[in-house]
Each structure stands twice: as C-alpha cells, then as structure tokens.
Design a protein around this ligand. Structure first.
Ligand SMILES: [Mg+2]
Length: 263
C-alpha cells in the first residue's frame, strides 16, 4: 500500500481531514456505548492538528458523545448527521423539526418490549436511534422496531435512516454528513481535503467532498473496509484501507507526508 494517489491532495494548504468516528476511528462493538476511539488514532489526530491540519469529526452521534469519544478539544465536530456543530470552540445547532417529545412518548410505550429483545434506544439531540446489533434474532428485532415506529403518529414528521444494525429517526430538515461537509469545508477554509468513512451515511460526505472541486478544493475519499461495507461506499470512494487499523496506518502516512512538506 502506498499513499501516492493522495499526494496531490496532501500538498494543499490549508489541508482538511474529515473523519467519521464509529467503524473508522473506533472499532464497531456490540454495545454502542462501549465504543472508543483507539489511543493511536487520537494521538495521530492530535499530531496532525499540531502540523496545521484542520481535523473535523463528522458523525451520527450526538455532539457530547462525539466529543467524549474523541477527546480532542481543538478539533471541529459535526454531530448528529449535520444537526449540531462545534467549530473554533463554539457550538451551533440547525433549526429543529418534528415533535421530538411526542415521538419519545409514543415510541416510549414500545421500549420495554424492544429492550427485552436486545434492542437499545438512544436519544439523540432531536431524534432517536434503535440499535439491534445485540438482538439474538436481528430480522425479528428490525421488524419489531419498524412496527413500533409505524404505530407512532409523530414519526411521520421524521426522516428514517438505516445504518449498520441501526434504524434512526431524525428531524426532517436538510442536514446530512454531506451538508456538514460543505459547511465545515467552508468554515475551515480548506483547499485540500481527505474524508474517511465506513458506512452509507458517509457517502453524502464523499459526494460533497468531490463537489467541492467546483470551488477549487481538491478532495479524495477513503472507504474503511469491513465485511459489512455497503457497495455504495466503495463506489463513492477513491481509496480504501482495511478497518480501523488501516485508518491508523493511513493517518501515520499522512502525518509523515504533511511533516515532510512543511519542512
Ligand atoms: Mg461509521
């Protein structure tokens, strides 16, 4: 493996590195609350920031969770699929949409039953996510979640998103990892950009990064391979690495390349 295909991007300044968290910087685990960014990834991201790279984390997690998982204060964050931002030490929200409290109340009745099947419900800013990775029967679990959502009248005002063993309802407003990527690229004024992600929601980030070429930004997208990867992720990516360890290797190579050109 070599990073030659990325070198043209890495020579740009300011350089941005935008990364997903789960499955990219932190291994996928049975219980989402146990997921943790690897110490090596964290230390490499901190070194990249010291070299002037503008690091941003783009995630479906709520902002507070993302910040706790990554633990780097001087990085930028776009959390909750582009609904919450943290840029230059300031937090910012997108306008809200959908009656979140009615939704919680209506799906809340089904939660005990869902939990008994090994499904966990995560409250996320203005939406909810149902994780069924721990369910003994994933097909039945997914059907049960779908039933609970269909019975909740408030759910119709929310967008339905599916990821790796997760169904999520989020406010039906224009926000995604794609809008987050555009917003961060503009705020951080990057001229070169490397994006990393492993899941379907990251495709919007990859596509937004490529569209920045119209503004003269050179960007490349990196897929993080796993046995669960969706083909859309591979189609949208320019480059691929093998799992979270492959990301650690790539971050170290980027650090070498960036350090060499700044000397
Ligand atoms: Mg991910």
């Amino acid at each position: 493996m070599d990073i030659d295909p990325l070198r043209a991007v890495l020579s740009r300044r300011p350089l941005g590195l935008f990364s997903d968290i789960d499955g990219t910087l932190s291994p996928i685990v049975e219980r989402p609350e146990d997921a943790a960014v690897t110490p090596r990834s964290r230390s490499l991201l901190e070194s990249l920031i010291r070299e002037g790279v503008r690091v941003a984390l783009i995630t479906g997690r709520p902002l507070a969770t993302a910040q706790a998982m990554v633990g780097i204060d001087n990085a930028a964050y776009a959390a909750n699929h582009g609904l919450e931002f943290w840029i230059n030490g300031m937090s910012k929200f997108k306008a809200d949409g959908g009656d979140y409290y009615a939704l919680l109340e209506q799906v809340g009745d089904a939660v005990d039953e869902l939990e008994s099947m090994g499904i966990t419900m995560e409250r996320k800013g203005q939406g909810v996510a149902f994780h069924y990775r721990q369910a003994s029967d994933e097909v039945a679990a997914r059907a049960r979640i779908e039933g609970a959502i269909r019975r909740a009248p408030a759910a119709k005002d929310f967008q339905w998103i599916e990821g790796r063993k997760v169904i999520e309802l989020r406010p039906d407003i224009e926000a995604s990892k794609g809008t987050a990527t555009r917003e961060l690229a503009s705020q951080l004024e990057v001229q070169g950009l490397v994006c990393l992600g492993d899941d379907r929601t990251d495709v919007a980030m990859f596509e937004a990064a490529h569209a920045l070429a119209r503004r003269g930004v050179r960007a490349q997208s990196v897929a993080v391979l796993s046995p669960e990867i969706h083909p859309d992720v591979l189609v949208a990516a320019d480059y691929a690495v093998e799992g979270v360890q492959g990301v650690e290797w790539l971050l170290a190579e980027i650090l070498k390349a960036v350090g060499a050109t700044s000397r």
